[in-house]
Design a protein around this ligand. Structure first.
Ligand code: FES
Ligand code: FES
Length: 158
């Protein structure tokens, strides 16, 4: 099947078999930040992307759902020369070790902060509960989200 979708702000025509997952299609089209950390069974969060701003697990999402919608991968947020403030917060807090979970963590954080710029600790834990990290012990990730939320609130002030 062939669908038109928007990935990181660019309109894309994608062709794939009807059974393809969004994870497979994104990887095949070069979005290598989208990772696989489990058996594509929805248990690790490494494949997280945003679909119309909502955090989803691309490994259990049919690619057909992307038709006519907006997909964001971490490539669409920023790059080393122009990082997004959430990326900066993760680096500054030391929340990145091997980095494998980081794209998913950053996208889950973006989805949270876009709907709630003043999240409680419980809100953050809940928002990131589907994203596993084998390295950091989560403390620095929670610090990074807290710091990113503070930056966002400062930027929102008139
Ligand atoms: S690859 Fe683990 S949740 Fe998708
Ligand atoms: S930084 Fe290694 S899995 Fe999270």
């Amino acid at each position: 099947m062939r669908v038109t979708t928007t990935i990181n702000g660019k309109v894309r025509e994608l062709e794939f078999p009807p059974s393809a997952t969004l994870f497979e299609v994104l990887r095949r089209n070069g979005y290598k930040s989208v990772k696989q950390g489990c058996d594509r069974e929805g248990t690790c969060g490494a494949c997280t992307v945003l679909l119309d701003g909502v955090s989803i697990l691309s490994c259990i999402t049919p690619a057909a759902r992307a038709a006519g919608r907006q997909i964001t991968t971490v490539e669409g947020l920023g790059d080393p020369s122009h990082p997004h403030f959430i990326q900066t917060a993760f680096v500054e807090a030391g929340a990145v070790q091997c980095g494998y979970c980081t794209p998913g963590m950053i996208l889950a954080t973006k989805a949270l902060l876009d709907r709630n710029s003043k999240p409680t600790e419980a809100d953050v834990v809940q928002a990131l509960s589907g994203n596993l990290c084998r390295c950091t012990g989560y403390v620095k990730i929670l610090d990074a989200v807290r710091n990113a939320a503070a930056v966002m609130r400062r930027e929102q002030k008139p």
